[in-house]
Design a protein around this ligand. Structure first.
Ligand SMILES: N[C@@H](CCC(=O)N[C@@H](CS)C(=O)NCC(=O)O)C(=O)O
Length: 214
């Protein structure tokens, strides 16, 4: 049996879970796994990060690696197009979003999500890198109607969980949403957010966030 481990507020956990739900897979969920550097946790996920999956007594980490494994193992409901270049375009979009947008915005999270001021130095370097990443994203994103084109793909699973964090972090750090320059983003997120898989994951995220505030 396949088991997905992580927690409901993690964007990367949510990306993998959406993909598993969209593919109609049977799987168990362990949403109690928080990142940790404890020995026993590192034995399951060597960077101490989530998500990871358990399969046949083994552990597999990195959300995109997990998605590739799912696609290879369960090709029945594909989340990649058939054409090799179109598949590469989906991976290109995910890489741009994760490496050049989300990971850059992540440099703000520690401060903005815990009400701390962000230093001018961090703000300036993040802004410079983020604008480059978002320019690349704008160049490649199709929103036609899905982020990579006509078909729902893993890029939508990634966009849905990462883009709202960019909105939130840039609003808190700079007083403006850096995604406002792309007016297609909000209607697109609303549209995919209505799909049952996306809605289930988002509802669980909101409930976990509300519980944290109590
Ligand atoms: N590249 C990783 C990123 C995973 C990641 O950063 N997960 C966060 C939670 S959303 C985490 O575990 N952070 C703890 C840490 O960085 O030590 C993936 O795609 O799975």
């Amino acid at each position: 049996m396949l088991k997905l481990c992580g927690f409901h507020i993690s964007n990367y956990f949510n990306k993998a879970r959406i993909a598993m739900l969209e593919k109609g897979l049977q799987f168990e969920l362990d949403p109690s796994c928080k990142p940790s550097q404890a020995e026993d946790f590192l034995a399951r996920t060597p960077m101490g990060k989530v998500p990871f999956i358990e399969v046949d007594g083994e552990h597999l980490v990195e959300s995109q690696v997990i998605c590739e494994y799912l696609e290879d193992t369960y090709p029945q409901k594909p989340l990649y197009p058939r054409d090799p270049l179109a598949r590469a375009r989906v991976r290109e979009l995910i890489t741009i979003m994760e490496l050049h947008v989300e990971l850059v915005a992540r440099r703000l999270y520690g401060q903005v999500f815990f009400g701390q001021p962000v230093s001018d130095e961090v703000k300036q370097s993040v802004e410079k890198d983020l604008l480059k990443g978002l320019r690349a994203f704008r160049n490649r994103a199709k929103f036609d109607p899905y982020v990579a084109g006509a078909e729902l793909t893993y890029a939508d699973c990634a966009a849905f969980v990462h883009l709202p964090l960019v909105t939130l972090a840039t609003k808190l750090a700079y007083g403006k949403d850096f995604l406002d320059a792309m007016p297609q983003v909000k209607p697109y997120l609303k549209m995919i957010g209505e799909r049952p898989a996306f809605k289930t994951v988002n509802d669980d995220r909101k409930a976990a966030q509300a519980a944290m505030k109590k």
